[in-house]
Design a protein around this ligand. Structure first.
Ligand SMILES: NC(=O)C1=CN([C@@H]2O[C@H](COP(=O)(O)OP(=O)(O)OC[C@H]3O[C@@H](n4cnc5c(N)ncnc54)[C@H](OP(=O)(O)O)[C@@H]3O)[C@@H](O)[C@H]2O)C=CC1
Ligand SMILES: Cc1cn([C@H]2C[C@H](O)[C@@H](COP(=O)(O)OP(=O)(O)O[C@H]3O[C@@H](C)C(=O)[C@@H](O)[C@H]3O)O2)c(=O)[nH]c1=O
Length: 295
């Protein structure tokens, strides 16, 4: 199977490359400077020569706070750009697997969000990603939209790596305890993408198409996540860092984040038999990878 994925250094694209190297799946990356999602003219041409079986749309403008002051760029990349990638897939007759986010929800619901729940993003990033979902669905009926959340990995920038970096200079950290979600390893996402791609290529079954939630199993607040990271750091002989559990109001940011980001993964489990592992063991795998590299 040949997969073309958008982006180069991103967490999901790097995880797919690692998994591709471990399997017989051929993963090609399509990204800047040759293909810029903010430049529609560069998108269509980028895929035809590769002749992929499936296109994975993993690149996005992901700077949640910066998006508040760069809305035009966030929408160009996450909405128009994502739509153009899905259109490129439709033109060459292949499915597109597009990655979206928990931030399409407001966070007001008391329990985990299902795919049927109403979207109501509270940030520019969330609104741009929701517009991207709609553009993808309109451009290519042969689509799988995977909403994931709180992604971490040995690659790129993420909360886990931020915590490890801060641990080098800080003994105490205030971390918000009233936002709840599902930490998700990009390596687990890559495994799921490969399994989904293998199923949909050549199988037109309608129940395999549409929007699905895909996150690590279990749940945590950002403070729980940080505490687990520092507990693992300590177990590995690293420094001790105390987490002060704080309310969101004590950590002001330009973008609002949902208080409840938990996603219910039952639909994906029913359609594909896929459920991601619990977040704690997956987190330990990623931490071991990072600590072995000396980060
Ligand atoms: N990170 C998270 O916590 C979450 C992410 N998601 C979604 O998952 C997907 C993957 O996220 P993740 O791997 O973390 O992303 P990263 O932030 O790690 O990487 C972003 C990727 O997008 C690429 N990119 C950004 N702008 C452009 C552009 N104008 N043209 C071409 N490529 C561009 C980057 O390119 P380059 O390689 O050149 O830097 C990079 O490869 C995204 O759709 C994101 O919205 C969903 C939920 C949570
Ligand atoms: C660094 C830091 C953050 N925080 C808080 C701020 C925020 O509420 C929360 C997470 O902060 P971050 O900015 O790292 O994460 P954020 O950029 O909001 O992460 C999001 O990224 C996008 C791309 C998504 O799609 C989401 O699923 C989600 O993963 O932790 C603290 O409380 N203390 C700290 O020291």
């Amino acid at each position: 199977m040949r997969i073309a994925v958008t982006g180069k250094q991103g967490q999901v694209v790097q995880s797919l490359l690692r998994r591709g190297a471990e399997t017989s799946v051929e993963v090609s990356v399509v990204g800047r400077p040759e293909m810029d999602l903010a430049d529609p003219a560069s998108i269509a041409a980028a895929f035809s020569a590769l002749r992929p079986d499936v296109i994975v749309s993993a690149a996005a403008y992901t700077a949640v706070d910066k998006a508040e002051s760069e809305a035009d760029l966030a929408f160009a990349v996450n909405a128009a750009g994502a739509g153009a990638v899905a259109e490129a897939a439709a033109r060459i007759g292949v499915p597109v697997i597009h990655i979206s986010t928990d931030y399409v929800f407001s966070g007001d619901k008391a329990s985990a969000y299902s795919e049927e729940d109403a979207t109501a993003p509270i940030s520019v990033y969330g609104r741009s990603k929701l517009a991207g979902e709609k553009a993808v669905a309109a451009a290519n009926p042969n689509h799988v939209i995977l909403r994931t959340a709180w992604v971490y990995s040995p690659f790129g920038a993420n909360f886990l790596k931020t915590m490890l970096r801060l641990s080098e200079t800080r003994d105490h950290l205030g971390v918000v305890a009233d936002q709840t979600g599902c930490p998700t390893s990009a390596l687990d996402i890559a495994d799921a993408i490969l399994a989904i791609a293998a199923r949909i290529v050549g199988d037109p079954t309608p129940s395999l198409r549409g929007t699905f939630h895909l996150t690590g199993s279990g749940e945590a607040s950002w403070a729980d996540f940080a505490e687990e990271i520092f507990a693992e750091l300590r177990r590995s002989g690293g420094r001790t860092v105390d987490v002060k559990r704080i309310p969101t109001a004590d950590y002001p940011t330009p973008a609002k984040r949902p208080a409840n980001s938990r996603l219910n993964g039952d639909k994906l489990a029913r359609a594909y038999g896929i459920r991601l592992p619990e977040w704690k063991p997956s987190m330990k795998i990623v931490m071991r990878d990072l600590l072995n590299k000396g980060l």
